[in-house]
Design a protein around this ligand. Sequence first.
Ligand code: AMP
Length: 277
Amino acid sequence: MKIFTTRKDLRKYLSAFSGNSVGFVPTMGALHNGHLALITQAQKNNDLVICSIFVNPTQFNDSKDLENYPRPIADDIAKLTQAKCDVLFHPEVLEIYDDNEHWHLNIGELEHLLEGKFRPEHYQGVMQVVYKLLDIVKPTRIYLGQKDYQQYLVVKQMIALKHISVEPVMCPIQRDDDGLALSSRNIHLSPAERQHALALSKTLNWVKVNFNAGNIDSLQRHAFTMLQQSPGVDPEYFELADGQTLLPAKADTKNVVALTAARVGATRLIDNMVVKA
Ligand code: AMP
């Protein structure tokens, strides 16, 4: 695997691949099988696969969270090498950002719903870094996980508004055998907290099994209460939303996705499930 830390060196290398399809998997590292599934999917449909590892400061609204974000780069390189990823782009912050940068893109309500309510400015930071990475890598396709459902829609909208020539591809959520969605943040969970965290996927499953379009409000309330009553879980939201817009689902909404965020101890977790396709 080739490893680049500067945009100049990466561009120089990639210039030899014009005419080939390039699949791009942006990550913040601490790689797990969820990330590796994106790499595998990208390998199926592209001549060259590039993964980036960059813990993007502009998408963190909590400086402690940024500081504590895991950065096991040697392990990550070993995993990517074993997965036969072609290229890793692993820049320093100053390689991506100048001192005084401003970014704002109006994507309407999508920015302020769900995660946006609890993490103000988060999606502006996500769009800013993905825009920059796409400008450097210029991939044919960008692979994003359903785990960050709202992020996928945000990036898709940014790509459309900025007229970027890249195809966004959403890949399914990878879970542990007991249902817990894989996340880089799971390593912060104690064994007891890890058990408590199962309430998220269990509640999502319960809603999926009991989904009834005529009963959306009460299902949503019931699910939130289930999470509140789960030991060690402090839910922020549980919502049934339109899978295209993430606005609240109505009785006649065609695609419905259930999305939730909760704190388990000091760790904030998110998860979602399509309940009506
Ligand atoms: P992150 O490193 O958390 O920024 O995630 C990088 C990419 O991996 C994003 O597109 C995530 O949605 C995706 N991802 C994270 N966890 C999972 C998972 N459990 N299953 C599938 N994709 C995931």
